[in-house]
Design a protein. Structure first.
Length: 20
């Protein structure tokens, strides 16, 4: 359960960094 949240957070962070 926590692993999924971590994975999603990592993906979101990568997308945000890429967009920025």
């Amino acid at each position: 359960m926590r692993f999924e949240v971590l994975s999603t957070s990592l993906i979101v962070t990568k997308i945000v960094f890429f967009v920025r």
